[in-house]
Design a binder for this molecule. Structure first.
Ligand code: GDP
Ligand code: MN
Length: 386
């Protein structure tokens, strides 16, 4: 899970990484209020989970109320690389002498942590890596040993940070590494890490990606979940306990078991179609779960047909059949269903549905024929386009 900059900075603060005082605002009025709290001049910053906000006009300096208000008005509602700006972070503006870069991440190939520092911050690190790779100092860190002071100093020296910034940078790097490890992050990145005109090193930006696998030991992450502007369907699906991932094709997919769901995706591709999602209703799926799955898929505008592929094991096909009927009674499905039921209680399941089959609810006996039918129907519905 990615954090917004302001959340990343709050996360940093817990580990003693210095940042500028600031506050969040969802309206121009709130922006003005936050600005007077932190003191002018301020920076008004778009909170979206994508980099390059500065270039896109999502970061603006403001010297007074009027400038803050107009900056906030301009930035709220802005679309930055497909991300709608709904929230701002207002912080006291820093006087920048130098912009550096610092990050910790996992190097999967080396099976070690990787620290990177550069004196060329403020621009995209990919660009620095492409144009001047030697400007990035790298250090592999054994996670058992952690980042020693010598290690941090090596990074700082190799990156040729300014003399007066070095000691503070070493301390910031060690704190940042602790944040990365103890904070269970996959990535912590500070770009830029600045040296101010009056000689202080601090984080001007924050990118933190938390390791979702560690969520169980961080109940406090719930607050980040709450602000995650995730796909509405993914949210709905999680509330219903479904394993759903949105894709951009036109055939909605429901299967029981992750393996079968993957195979279904493959088969849909194989017959020339494209999947609108991955949805695994799991084992022992009840009528309620089936209905919920159909509801979730029904909210996807792109879906032109729904392929339900069930191989009953623990999941009983009669339960699934009842779930489908139940869902048909609850929601008006926008797309037709093509169904393949096999395995435990398949006969019973098919019998339950027999009287309800129509152009909107089609039964096929094999996975391949069901996929063909579903893809064909999706193509018809979108006028030939898949
Ligand atoms: P990003 O473009 O999404 O990475 O957003 P950043 O938070 O990194 O801000 C982009 C740029 O805005 C920085 O590299 C700085 O040059 C500038 N900026 C951000 N905050 C301040 C500030 O407090 N003072 C000044 N002078 N510039 C700032
Ligand atoms: Mn940045």
């Amino acid at each position: 899970m990615d954090l917004f900059e302001y959340q990343g900075k709050q996360y940093f603060a817990r580990f003693g990484i210095p940042t500028s005082p600031g506050g969040i605002a969802d309206t121009p009025e709130e922006a003005v209020a936050r600005a007077s709290e932190v003191g002018y001049p301020v920076v008004v910053k778009a909170q979206v989970k994508v980099g390059g906000r500065g270039k896109a006009g999502g970061v603006r300096l403001a010297n007074d109320k009027q400038e803050t208000r107009s900056a906030a008005e301009a930035i709220l509602g802005m679309n930055i690389k497909g991300h709608l700006v709904r929230r701002l972070w207002i912080e006291h503006a820093s006087d920048i002498a130098k912009e550096y870069y610092a990050s910790f991440t996992l190097d999967r190939t080396a099976k070690l942590h990787l620290g990177m520092v550069s004196a060329k911050g403020g621009v995209e690190i990919e660009q620095v890596a492409a144009e001047d790779p030697r400007a990035i100092a790298r250090l592999h860190i054994n996670p058992v040993e952690g980042l020693t002071e010598e290690g941090a100093r090596k990074l700082v020296e190799e990156a040729s940070l300014d003399e007066e910034a070095k000691d503070q940078a070493v301390a910031v790097l060690q704190a940042l590494y602790r944040c990365f490890v103890e904070g269970d992050a996959d990535l912590v990145e500070v770009n830029p890490l600045i040296l101010t005109v009056d000689g202080r090193v601090h984080a001007l930006d924050a990118k933190v990606t938390l390791d979702d696998n560690a969520a169980y030991r961080h109940p406090e992450w719930e607050e980040y979940r709450a602000t995650e502007l995730e796909d509405e369907r993914e949210k709905l699906a999680r509330e219903k306990g479904l394993n759903y991932i949105g894709l951009d094709g036109s055939t909605g997919i429901i299967a029981n078991g992750a393996g079968l769901a993957m195979s279904t995706l493959d088969v849909v591709n194989q017959v020339g179609g494209s999947a609108a999602n991955f949805l695994d209703i799991g084992g022992g799926a009840s009528a309620d779960v089936m209905a919920a799955a159909l509801e979730v898929i029904n909210t996807d505008e792109r879906v032109r047909s729904i392929l339900v592929n069930i191989f009953g094991g623990i999941t009983r096909c009669d339960e699934v059949a009842r779930g489908i009927l139940d869902a048909l009674g609850r929601v008006e499905l926008k797309a037709p269903i093509v169904l393949r039921l096999d395995g435990t209680n398949a006969e019973e399941g098919r019998a339950i549905l027999a009287d309800h089959l129509s152009e909107r609810l089609i039964q096929e006996t094999t996975m391949l024929s069901a996929a063909r039918k579903a893809v064909e129907m999706a193509a018809q519905a979108s006028g030939g386009a898949r």
